[in-house]
Design a binder for this molecule. Structure first.
Ligand code: COA
Length: 253
């Protein structure tokens, strides 16, 4: 069993195009009955598949760091919907968050800290400026509208994924007003920091935010809270499904 460093945030992603036909039922076998029932309710197979990939990735990743078989994990659901793995006495204080979008699933894992991840498929037909004006903070809209046209889409998805990663880390979902906090981006579109309006009691100094690009079609953001966020090491890993399954199906599991 591997151990997760106290100062480590592990970010793994799994592209569905890397998953072979014979691997899908093996990934589905890592889920519990309730998840399989949820998967079955998706209308489109691509949605069913990425949901399956995300939940298999979550379970297999947790099992890399605890003596629990992937399908045996149970989760409690917070007041606003955030799932947390139920740990036994003696388990490392693992905390994880998943995100899935067309073609990509991701999991962020850390020890005992609020963590959130968001992935988005950038080819979606999104009415960029309309959505920004509706959901983003005024200062974010001003930054977006000031960018050259060829950077507008990347800037939009930077704000979108960072905002989602933050609300997912705090676990409050959309009950948190999206215009009550604002990110600032540097010239390269990387997060410089977050500012809160008085409607949110939080401390910008306790947060670490990072963006990632996964190929041409996906962007991702991570949010993690720590008293000294800059000491955290973020370890990223594009997951090989065969290797993930080999560990998840090992007899000791
Ligand atoms: C539910 C929400 C937390 C994430 O939704 P999302 O971006 O569509 O979905 P993601 O794939 O990133 O994350 C889904 C996973 O987050 C987890 N999750 C659910 N509620 C959560 C919460 N309150 N906090 C953190 N994580 C949560 C679950 O594991 C869920 O997986 P599941 O649906 O397969 O069980 C919420 O933020 C939401 O509904 N967002 C809508 C997007 C939007 O309108 N954004 C406006 C522009 S910024």
């Amino acid at each position: 069993m591997a151990s997760l460093g106290d100062d480590t945030v592990l970010l793994r992603w799994l592209a569905t195009e890397r998953i072979g036909e014979a691997e899908w039922p093996r990934l589905a076998a890592l889920l519990d009955d309730a998840e399989r029932a949820r998967a079955a309710r998706f209308h489109f197979e691509r949605d069913r598949r990425v949901f399956t990939a995300a939940h298999a990735l979550l379970r297999a990743t947790l099992s890399d760091f605890a003596e629990v078989a992937p399908r045996d994990w149970r989760f409690s659901i917070g007041e606003k919907g955030k799932p947390e793995a139920i740990l036994r006495a003696g388990d490392a204080p693992l905390r994880a968050n998943i995100s899935h979008t067309r073609g990509l699933a991701a999991v962020a894992l850390t020890l005992d800290r609020p963590v959130g991840v968001d992935v988005e498929w950038v080819k979606r037909d999104s009415a960029t400026l309309e959505i920004a004006e509706r959901f983003f903070a005024p200062d974010e809209c001003a930054q977006l509208f000031a960018r050259p046209a060829d950077q507008a889409e990347d800037t939009f998805f930077a704000f979108w994924t960072l905002k989602e990663a933050y609300i997912k880390a705090v676990g409050l979902g959309l009950s948190l007003p999206l215009d009550a906090f604002a990110f600032s981006l540097d010239a390269a579109g990387e997060p410089r920091g977050i500012a809160f309006t008085p409607r949110i009691e939080d401390d910008p100094a306790c947060w670490r935010f990072q963006r990632f690009r996964c190929g041409e079609e996906h962007v991702m953001a991570l949010a993690v809270s720590d008293p000294e966020p800059q000491r955290l090491a973020v370890v990223t890993e594009a997951v090989d499904p065969a290797a993930l399954l080999a560990r998840a199906e090992a007899p000791t599991r």
